[in-house]
Design a protein around this ligand. Structure first.
Ligand SMILES: O=C(O)CCC(=O)C(=O)O
Length: 299
């Protein structure tokens, strides 16, 4: 790992880059400071306690049907929407620099998520490949995730585990756990050897990086403390791929979170939708004008 400058940016050494390409994952002892990890822990605890994003389907139980009063694997999609301070972290800056080393200079942030495994009953994350979640037919891109634990991650509380070199193979068949399409998680049902898994315990503020085809899972949380993880996903430039039609297991899903999301999109009826579309177009225009002005000022 190399760190430079006044506002240090952590990047990978050539050896680490070669290791990621060979194995499909990499573990780093540190990607941000202890002070930032403590700040992120506070933000995450607040967001999960408040149920941030629940109404719009952005918070849900990844391992259940959302009927349980005690979700076993709560997840928030794009948590920065509910805590804008997450947009200005050292973690984000370092993760983007690393993603550009691995995916190319045009790599961009793609999405992010926050996962909580509650103490003692936090569920296992099933074996899966992230690419199996892809639901955007007609295009292709390379993708990776940077996984940051906000406390120590151990085998007892559900650290990440990977199957080395699985990223070199195809996307294997997946299904909804228990064949229940109301559950958001996916589970790999293809042929692989979970016994070959490499667990990656980490200190708080360390990170694992995995390719979107790397098979991975995380055990349940059997400890007395919550296990929180903040994950940033990045993708390379998007290219057309007429051959990709989507995966059948995603078409079968009908989750409570999808229903909440649809209701949220429809709130206020046609008038509500039209005024939100107008606001969003105006915000897009403003952002483009600001970007252009900033570029002109830099010249
Ligand atoms: O944090 C976890 O339990 C799983 C995370 C995961 O599957 C991922 O980042 O792709």
């Amino acid at each position: 790992m190399q760190t430079r400058g006044m506002n240090p940016v952590t990047t990978l050494t050539p050896e680490q880059i070669a290791q990621f390409r060979a194995d499909g994952f990499l573990a780093l002892p540190s990607i941000t400071t202890p002070a930032e990890v403590a700040q992120l822990r506070g933000i995450f605890d607040r967001l999960f306690a408040e149920g941030a994003g629940w109404k719009k389907g952005a918070q849900f139980d990844l391992a259940g049907t959302d009927e349980n009063q005690r979700p076993a694997l709560p997840q928030i999609l794009n948590p920065a929407e509910f805590a804008p301070e997450l947009r200005a972290t050292q973690f984000r800056q370092n993760a983007l620099a690393i993603a550009r080393q691995l995916l190319g200079a045009d790599a961009e942030p793609w999405f992010e998520h926050a996962i909580l495994k509650p103490p003692r009953y936090g569920a296992a994350t099933p074996w899966h490949q992230d690419e199996a979640h892809r639901d955007d037919p007609g295009v292709t891109y390379e993708q990776l995730s940077v996984w940051l634990p906000l406390q120590e991650a151990t085998e007892a509380n559900g650290c990440m585990r990977f199957i080395a070199r699985s990223h070199l193979g195809p996307v294997l068949p997946h299904h909804s756990p228990g064949d229940d399409p109301r559950v958001t998680a996916l589970e790999c049902v293809g042929s692989f050897a979970p016994a070959d898994a490499i667990p990656c315990p980490l200190p708080a503020g360390g990170a694992t990086i995995h390719h979107c085809r790397t098979l991975h899972a995380a055990g349940p949380n059997g400890s007395d403390l919550p296990r929180r993880a903040y994950i940033l996903a990045f993708r390379s430039a998007v290219r057309p791929d007429a051959a990709f039609r989507g995966y059948p297991w995603n078409g079968e899903k009908h989750t409570a979170a999808q229903a909440r999301h649809a209701a949220w999109q429809n709130r206020g009826g046609p008038l509500g939708r039209a005024s939100r579309a107008a606001l969003s177009a105006a915000a897009g225009l403003l952002a483009r004008v600001r970007g252009k002005a900033a570029r002109l000022l830099r010249k």
